[in-house]
Design a protein around this ligand. Structure first.
Ligand SMILES: O=C(O)CCC(=O)C(=O)O
Ligand SMILES: [Fe+2]
Ligand SMILES: [Zn+2]
Length: 666
């Protein structure tokens, strides 16, 4: 009996030792804390940190069993604490007695492992300095004022609300003056909300003016309400919509706000209830601020309901349960671009981040306007110089039309298909004024028109072609509307030929010309670039910028409403997504350069040789997608469907008249 018990104990001891060794390895590897095997008076307690949810008081109670505790350091958010005993003996005693001790804290059992350290590294304390430009003014509002303001914020939704209210993933928000949009982290400056800021805030804002904290009254207010456990991801309030000073009033409960400098420095600031946080200069523009979602905060022990603002003294920290906090963030709308001293984080001083795949019609129109229409206007001359050889199968289609047929080329570009069959009467239209002008100069009939509403009579055409056009529409509804419009134009029995760019650039084991084409520098939709080192560098820059933009996308709530970003495609490579921006490197005839430099197209990046790069939006089609799109249009039959040189193509016949009339709403 006796011997078996001792074996069991040895096993337990072995297990404890293993765990303890593992804990000291973890300390060394992740925290750079070196433990020693000889007894000292200083010990590091793994799993006994505020980061494990262990409160200072409960840990201290256990530690006292070992002997007289001289100091206890509990760094915020760390999974360990440092304890120093009055003597080596006491340290040794604690080590033997307390190793493997379990501690019950917040529904969890923590096992404490002790290791000796030569000394407690005081540099592990957090920075004591507040970020430059930051201040916390305590007791800025009285208890009565606090109640009054909290009462003024009505969270019940009203149909005729003068505020904009949202339940985000991690908190609820309400905006006054202007709505802050979490999809683009910006405000619509042209769309102020009626009603302005609540009058209940007047007195405190006047005090801010009188105290010199602000020089003009704010005109935008965001009210955030955080339940215990909720927070806000680290972010910098976008520069371009708001002026320098940002105020945030904390009501109902205190919280800890984390400030981070891009170099990694981090400062946790306690915001007591009824305090006013003032962010100016560096703290407003460069440091991120955020509230970690958690139910307990690390606060100074002496902080009794409202004094300390800094978590600087590690021997003085403990946990405090979070209650519901309502914050009022006051900002002043900015009407001129930000020219702060922090260009790396300034949206006014850097190219805009890539657009997202639109859902709403309005967003799709804006995207197409910026990334299709404006770009074609800018690149028209260079684009036209690369568009001369007709694709053989399109030519065959055109030559198959009976003499005297009336043909419309919707999205005719520079008119390269308008003269293929002299026996047909061909008319072209395009969104681009400059491209239509080129057609006219070449002696073709062409007019400016949107492909969604072509000013030709229903059933007036024997045939229509739409070559490399429909992939520029940004939603499926709009792509289908484009097919419907083509069908409206043709008579019953008439034919339409549609080409769109294919996602599959390799088909039947054959690479498309677009993938194969290396240094020709011309001739294929979307492709016109040399694989020079220079271009590779540009592509890398484009790619990197995309990555940066992704990281910069900060706010939350958002994650469930945010659409995928449209990335810049690397020319001559396989498509990685269906919605993309295809770079066009303007070269050769630079008569458009002036327009390009004006930047009204998209991100015209200047490369080393000052040649602007434009980006055209494309939705590349997957196999079967084009047919399916066409079959969603009534009164249509797919005559054939094929892959041609990296495009999906269909030839359609109109079978009925009435459906399409109704469908087109004409
Ligand atoms: O709750 C706070 O005090 C800060 C809110 C905030 O940072 C924001 O809405 O941008
Ligand atoms: Fe903010
Ligand atoms: Zn700025």
């Amino acid at each position: 009996m006796e011997s078996s018990r001792s074996v069991r104990r040895t096993k337990e001891e072995k297990k404890l030792l293993r765990r303890q060794i593992k804990a000291s390895h973890t300390l060394l590897k992740h925290e750079d804390i070196t433990t020693v095997s000889h007894p000292t008076k200083h010990l590091v307690v793994s799993n006994g940190g505020l980061g494990n949810g262990v409160s200072r008081e409960s840990l201290l109670e256990v530690l006292k069993e070992g002997g007289t505790v001289e100091s206890l350091l509990t760094p915020p958010s760390k999974p360990y604490a440092f304890v120093s005993y009055s003597s080596i003996e006491a340290g040794q005693n604690a080590y033997t007695l307390l190793n493997g001790r379990t501690l019950q804290c917040q529904d969890q059992t923590m096992t404490l492992y002790f290791s000796y350290v030569v000394k407690v590294d005081c540099d592990r304390s957090v920075s004591c300095a507040l970020p430059p430009g930051l201040s916390v003014l305590e007791d800025f509002v009285s208890l009565e004022e606090e109640l009054q303001i909290l009462k003024a914020v009505d969270w019940t939704p009203h149909a005729d609300d003068v505020t904009a209210q949202k339940a985000l993933k991690h908190r609820r928000v309400k905006h006054y003056g202007y709505e802050f949009r979490y999809d683009n982290n910006n405000v619509d400056k042209d769309k102020p909300l009626p009603g302005g800021l609540p009058v209940e805030c007047d007195a405190l804002l006047q005090r801010c003016l009188a105290g010199g904290h602000i020089s003009v009254l704010p005109d935008q207010l965001t009210v955030n309400q955080y339940q215990s456990g909720q927070g806000i991801p680290p972010h910098v309030d976008t520069h371009s919509p708001f002026e320098d000073t940002i105020l945030s009033l904390s009501l109902g409960a205190k919280t800890v706000m984390d400030f981070k400098h891009p170099d990694g420095r981090s400062v946790a600031v306690v915001l007591p209830e009824r305090s006013l946080l003032v962010m100016k200069g560096e703290s407003r523009y460069l440091w991120t601020h955020g509230i970690t979602p958690r139910k307990f905060d690390v606060v100074p022990v002496s902080e009794t309901g409202g004094s300390g603002v800094m978590t600087s003294d590690l021997s003085n920290l403990t946990l405090s349960r979070r209650d519901t906090r309502t914050s009022l963030t006051f900002r002043k709308i900015r009407h001129t671009p930000c020219n702060c001293a922090y260009p790396s984080v300034c949206d006014s001083q850097r190219p805009p981040s890539p657009p997202v795949v639109p859902v709403a019609e309005g967003d799709a129109c804006r995207l197409e306007s910026q990334y299709v229409h404006q770009v074609y206007e800018e690149i028209s001359s260079h684009f036209s110089s690369t568009r001369h050889s007709p694709w053989p199968k399109v030519r065959d289609f055109l030559l198959s039309l009976p003499p005297g047929s009336f043909l419309a080329d919707v999205g005719c570009g520079n008119g390269k298909y308008l003269g293929i069959n002299p026996a047909v009467r061909a008319v072209g239209c395009d969104r681009s004024v400059n491209l239509v002008q080129i057609c006219i100069e070449r002696g073709y009939d062409a007019f400016v028109s949107d492909a969604l509403s072509v000013p030709l009579r229903r059933g007036s055409c024997d045939a229509c072609i739409s070559i490399a056009v429909i992939h520029h529409f940004a939603t499926q509804e709009r792509r289908r509307a484009a097919v419907r419009e083509l069908i409206r134009l043709i008579k019953v029995g008439g034919r339409a030929l549609i080409y769109v760019w294919a996602m599959e650039q390799e088909y039947n084991n054959q690479k498309s010309k677009y993938l194969k084409e290396e240094a020709s520098g011309s001739s294929r939709e979307g492709g016109e670039e040399l694989k020079t080192e220079e271009n590779k560098a540009i592509q890398k820059e484009e790619h990197d910028r995309n990555m940066i933009s992704d990281i910069r996308c900060t706010d939350d709530g958002l994650s469930n409403v945010t659409q995928p970003k449209i990335h810049v495609h690397t020319n001559r490579t396989a498509f990685l997504s269906q919605d993309l921006l295809v770079p066009w490197h303007l070269k050769g005839n630079m008569e458009n350069k002036k327009g390009a430099a004006s930047g009204c197209a998209d991100i015209p990046v200047e490369n080393a040789k000052q040649k602007p790069v434009f980006h055209r939006y494309y939705h590349v089609f997957q196999q079967g997608e084009l047919e399916e799109l066409c079959l969603g249009v009534k009164g249509v039959k797919v005559l054939r469907s094929y892959h041609d040189q990296g495009n999906w193509c269909v030839e359609l016949e109109k079978t009925h008249g009435n459906f399409s009339i109704i469908a087109a709403g004409k």
